[in-house]
Design a protein around this ligand. Structure first.
Ligand SMILES: *Cc1c(COP(=O)(O)O)cnc(C)c1O
Length: 376
């Protein structure tokens, strides 16, 4: 790992999740090879973007597709597309919304840091519903002549009291308003790549650099020909709101390779491997005094892969969860796991290689055994 150690930064074993702040994910060889090859030649970027989009659309069962620089960039481009379409003059004026639609409807429960990507187009967010629930009437009353889109965030923030996405789409259709689904981390299952657009969403937006393991600065907008053309018009290399969210030829080709790989991946085998890993971790950890490890499902983004939920009784184990996490992080190699609740942590197999699964367990056992010994 000399590129990182040369910079004095220790590489990390990521047992947390596909977190951007930890580098997101790792690209498999077929993605890297495609990117290296793409880097060797100049190419017509518009033509490449179009061809790559066509291939990805075919692979994912969508009418059209667009490679953007991440799901957050996808939200910005898609919001802009809802407001100005392909109108060259309006594209140049954004985020000045004078005379344009200027409101985006979002469930109160869906508000999160990524809605900044929607707001940067200049729109005002109109919240609907409460923690207690959201009704069809809440949505209908929020719709005005200024409504540009309804944005649906799918993930941990999607709660039980939300107006179901099916109903949101029905109401939106009645008023001819586009529905954008942020499905950034909604993989697996691979079928989500076509599920939301089949349901009638105007666009479904995914991260390329999470479970898909494409380039970190890549994302995917899936939707109709007309809508994707509008996204492209608002994106780089055009002088537009999307120009700072540039996508390189390497990212385009790399994401295509990642989608190809992801579509043909043995997802059942992979899920089975994750189950085995969690079982193996739990069995070993449960042999320790004051430690309880069990399977937790689904994962942090609501996706169907298991994690280990490890609860540490400080009184019995002689160490607090925070100290365990800190020792894991400070060790060599550095290991990052997620804290949850007061005294628990999650171990996530989804971002690990087989050798790292063993390292994570050995380090954790070592820390806990030492703590048990020194508290005797
Ligand atoms: C990760 C994430 C994003 C941002 O994705 P990038 O590809 O990193 O831009 C947006 N929305 C949600 C819900 C996410 O989980």
């Amino acid at each position: 790992m000399s590129v990182y150690t040369d910079l004095g930064i220790p590489p990390i074993i990521n047992a947390a999740a596909t977190l951007t702040k930890l580098g997101g994910s790792r690209m498999p060889p077929e993605v890297l090879d495609a990117m290296v090859e793409a880097s060797r030649s100049f190419v017509d970027l518009y033509e490449l973007q179009r061809r790559v989009g066509e291939r990805i659309a075919l692979l994912t069962g969508n009418e059209a597709a667009y490679v953007c620089s991440g799901a957050a960039a996808g939200l910005t481009l898609a919001t802009a597309a809802c407001i100005v379409g392909k109108d060259a003059d309006a594209i140049t004026r954004l985020p000045d919304l004078t005379g344009l639609k200027s409101e985006v409807i979002i469930h109160h429960t869906h508000r999160n840091g990524y809605d900044h990507a929607v707001r940067q187009v200049g729109v005002r967010i109109i919240e609907i519903g409460t923690k207690a629930g959201t009704t069809r009437q809440d949505l209908e009353q929020a719709i005005t002549a200024r409504t540009a889109a309804i944005v649906w965030f799918q993930g941990a923030m999607t709660g039980g009291g939300d107006l179901p996405l099916e109903d949101v789409i029905t109401v939106a259709n009645e008023h001819d308003i586009p529905v954008l689904v942020d499905a950034a981390a909604q993989l697996p299952p691979v079928s989500n790549l076509w599920r939301y657009t089949e349901m009638g969403a105007t666009a479904a937006i995914f991260s390329g650099g999470k479970d898909m393991r494409g380039p970190q600065s890549s994302g995917l907008i899936l939707g109709s020909h007309t809508f994707i053309e509008a996204c492209a018009a608002n994106g780089s290399p055009n002088h537009s709101i999307g120009r700072p969210m540039k996508v390189g030829k390497e990212e385009m080709v790399g994401l295509l390779a990642a989608v190809q790989r992801y579509i043909s991946l043995d997802h059942e085998g992979r899920a089975g491997w994750c189950e085995q890993t969690v079982e193996q971790w739990n069995e070993a950890l449960n042999s320790l005094q004051g430690v309880n490890a069990c399977r937790d499902f689904p994962n942090e983004a609501g996706q169907p892969l298991p994690r280990s939920l490890v609860t540490i009784s400080e009184r019995e184990a002689g160490i607090h969860r925070d100290e365990v996490l800190s020792q894991l992080a400070k060790g060599v190699p550095s290991i990052i796991a997620s804290a949850t609740g007061q005294d628990s942590l999650h171990l996530n197999p989804m971002t690990l290689e087989a050798d790292e699964v063993v390292i994570v367990l050995q380090r954790l056992l070592e820390i806990l055994r030492l703590a048990a010994l020194s508290s005797l």
